[in-house]
Design a protein around this ligand. Structure first.
Ligand code: SF4
Ligand code: SF4
Length: 181
């Protein structure tokens, strides 16, 4: 089976440096507004600040894959004496919570690492985090070509099951209009 090189982009998070300012949410939602930068609304951001100021807990989480089912096991974490909620570190858009869902359509949001043409040097949330709590990293990995396509197909079919073909088709049309603007 053919192997291809894939560039993997990640954002490391340093919880100790985050002060909950939410600049990352503002710039992410503005970048993804239509037209770009025309508005900002943290509810549309692909990075969300899970915060509990009384316990001094600030957890920036950027959106990962959509999952159609709630997970079976959840854990509380205590790190350096701070207690983090069960879903605190989870990146999934899932039925259990409102995070990472487009407010109008309910469709899942996923971080796209600020894809742009020409590409940005670093994602915007990383650039806007003046506390250096977000650290951008790139690495190369070899993956099976067919596995990549299987991932796309299984993600698409679960979204069609949940939201219906019409809603998905409308969203794809809207996204393609946005990218051709
Ligand atoms: S911009 Fe940085 S410090 Fe501010 S909330 Fe986001 S991650 Fe935390
Ligand atoms: S990398 Fe870009 S798309 Fe992803 S959370 Fe940060 S600002 Fe949003």
């Amino acid at each position: 089976m053919a192997k291809i090189k894939k560039k993997v982009k990640t954002i490391k998070i340093d919880l100790d440096k985050c002060n909950g300012c939410r600049a990352c949410e503002v710039i992410c939602s503005a970048f993804h507004a239509n037209p770009k930068y025309s508005s900002n609304n943290p509810a549309r951001s692909r990075i969300r600040m899970i915060r509990d100021p009384i316990r001094d807990v600030y957890v920036p989480v950027y959106a990962g894959e959509y999952t159609p089912a709630e997970c079976m096991g959840r854990d509380k974490y205590i790190i350096d004496g701070k207690e983090y909620d069960e879903c605190g570190f989870c990146r999934a858009s899932c039925p259990s919570r409102d995070a990472f869902k487009e407010p109008d359509s309910g469709l899942p949001l996923k971080c796209d690492m600020c894809e742009d043409d020409p590409p940005l040097e670093k994602p915007l949330c990383v650039q806007w985090c003046i506390n250096d709590a977000l650290i951008y990293e790139e690495r190369e990995e070899e993956v099976e070509e067919s596995v990549e396509m299987e991932d796309v197909e299984s993600g698409l079919s679960s979204m069609i099951d949940k939201y219906g073909m019409d809603k998905i088709a409308d969203t794809i049309t809207r996204m393609s209009q946005k990218s051709s603007n």
